[in-house]
Structure formats: C-alpha cells, structure tokens
Design a protein around this ligand. Structure first.
Ligand code: BV8
Length: 254
C-alpha cells in the first residue's frame, strides 16, 4: 500500500476511534538527534551497551561512569529540539482523543506541546536520592554534550548524604505505579493504538499493544524497520516518525 494510502487509511481509523492510544519509544526521538537505545551511533558511549549501564548493578559497580552517561544524555536532550513528528503528534490531539504513553525519558513530547499521559520508564530530569528517594531539585553544572569525560561524580543528597541518581526505571526495577496504571488504562480503553519508534523488546511496556488487541483495538506500527511487534500488528507503516506524523496530520485536516 502506498504511503499516501496508508496515511488516508490511518486517518480514517483515527476518525472512528475514541480514544487513540499512542505508545512511543526511542525511535520517536531519533530524528531529534537522540541515539536510540539499541541503534548504532558513533559517540564516546557507543562502546557501552545501554542495557548493561541502565542497571543498579552498573551503578554499584561504577556510579561515576553511569552518572557520566546520564549527564551526557541530559546535555544531548537539552540541546535537542522536538522534530516535525513531535509537533504533528501534539497537533493531532486537537483532532482526536489521544492518550500518549512513552517509554522515553526525554521531554521532547512535552516541549512539542503534547500532554503525556504516562512516562512508564520515568524521566531523565527527575533526579532523586538513591537512599532516601527525596527529589533533588538543585541545578546541575552545565555539561557540553560532546564532553570527553566519561566519569562524573554524582551529587550527594542534602538530606541524607546519599548519592543522587536519575529518576527513572532501571532494568530489574518496577515501573512507577501511577504511570503504569495509566498506561494500562490507555491500552485497555483504546479503539486504536499507534506504536511509534519502539523495538518492542522491553517489558512490560512491550505488552501494551497485545492488551489493546485483546479487546479488539487495532494496532498500527510506525517504524522504518521490522520489530518484535511487527508480526502481531494490524498495519505497519514502514517509515519514520518525522515523515509519517505530518502526513497523517495533513490527512486529518490539521
Ligand atoms: C519490570 C530507562 C518488574 C533507563 C529503560 C516480562 C515482564 C516484565 C519484565 C520483564 C519481562 N521479561 C524481561 C523482563 C525484565 C526487563 C526486560 O524487559 N528486559 C528485556 C530487555 C528482555 N524489564 C524490566 O526490567 C522492567 N522492570 O518489569 O519490573 C520486574 C522486576 C524484576 C524482574 C521482572 C520484572 C523495567 C524496564 C525499563 C528499563 N529502563 N529506560 C534509561 O533510559 O537509561 S528501557 C529502555 O528501553 C528505554 O527506556 C527505551 O525506551 C526502552 C525500549 O527501547 P525502545 O524505545 O524500543 O528503543 P530501541 O532502541 O530498542 O528501538 C528503537 C526503535 O525505533 C527501533 O525499532 C527502530 O527501528 C526505531 N526507529 C529508529 N529511528 C526511527 C524509528 N522509528 C521511527 N522513526 C525513526 N526515525
């Protein structure tokens, strides 16, 4: 099916759906210059496997390395801008009842004007104490995104002296209860789910499309590649987020 026909078909599915759940992953931020979690990129950090770094074991083994990685990612997100796909998705909310669930820890959806219903893996900028879990709101020293430093010492908690860590979910940690409940509710209630820019490998988030299909919702994947979800979706639009979403908005009359 040609890309125009897919856009038209998807626009008519959206017109009949209420609500429309949207599940995004790292691919949604790729065209803003943020490397995906499992994709290739040539940076200081491409020698490391994010799967290994995003764990409490890695933190205990070398917290300065893990903190250096997150500070590099924070600087990159701060330098990045939402792309045409983020902006189109935000405008789509004027034409459909969108419940946006993201696995991403960046704030590009919000900066594009979207209301995010659930950040199921937390947020890069929600810092908290590893020991007493108190939020840490002090400003961090600005870091150039191409800084050559790998290791940086994390700040200490003013309340208990513990280490400050990024406020999101590492592998082996449970998802934030409130965010996960909202994500499940979005999957439970939607008539249609758009799955944009995720490899569908990380659970329980990757199980949300199946939750939607269990009650008869259609699932449409927008991704230039095949993924673990592709064999199960109702339609696959093999293109990028910044290409698809503006076309979709145009078809919907946005
Ligand atoms: C948990 C924060 C309870 C950190 C992340 C079954 C049920 C429950 C748990 C498990 C289970 N099986 C295994 C587990 C354990 C584990 C898991 O899923 N492991 C996998 C790897 C097998 N899950 C957990 O540990 C979760 N916790 O369930 O708690 C529990 C506890 C203990 C034991 C059991 C259960 C916690 C998972 C959260 C981990 N934290 N992030 C950080 O960011 O540093 S996850 C991390 O992966 C990111 O958040 C990322 O968003 C997420 C998913 O990756 P994707 O977003 O899909 O990114 P990826 O690079 O893989 O793919 C990008 C895609 O975009 C590609 O398809 C590409 O083609 C596409 N793309 C590229 N460019 C574009 C594009 N698409 C569109 N446009 C483009 N331009």
């Amino acid at each position: 099916m040609s890309t125009t026909n897919i856009a038209k078909t998807l626009a008519s599915l959206i017109a009949e759906a209420d609500p429309v759940a949207v599940l995004t992953g790292a691919g949604m931020s790729a065209e803003s210059g943020i490397p995906t979690f499992r994709g290739q990129h040539n940076s200081l950090w491409s020698q490391f496997d994010p799967q290994q770094l995003a764990t409490t074991d890695a933190w205990h083994a070398d917290k300065a390395l893990v903190w250096g990685w997150y500070r590099w990612r924070m600087a990159m997100v701060q330098q990045a801008k939402p792309h045409a796909g983020h902006l189109a998705l935000a405008k789509l909310a004027a034409h459909a009842n969108i419940a946006l669930v993201t696995q991403n820890v960046d704030d590009l959806h919000e900066r594009a004007g979207s209301r995010v219903s659930a950040h199921v893996h937390g947020s890069l900028f929600a810092l908290r104490c590893f020991d007493c879990a108190q939020a840490y709101a002090q400003a961090l020293k600005p870091l150039k995104p191409h800084a050559a430093t790998l290791r940086l010492t994390p700040p200490t908690c003013p309340h208990c002296g513990g280490d400050i860590r990024p406020g999101f979910v590492w592998f082996g940690e449970t998802l934030p209860e409130y965010a996960w409940a909202r994500a499940e509710a979005a999957a439970d209630r939607c008539d249609l789910m758009l799955v944009i820019g995720t490899s569908g490998l990380v659970y329980p988030a990757a199980g949300l499309p199946a939750v939607a299909q269990q009650h008869g919702a259609k699932v449409v994947e927008i991704n230039p590649e095949d993924t673990a979800l592709s064999p199960h979706v109702d339609m696959h639009w093999r293109t990028t987020a910044a290409d698809a979403l503006p076309q979709l908005l145009k078809e919907i009359g946005g």
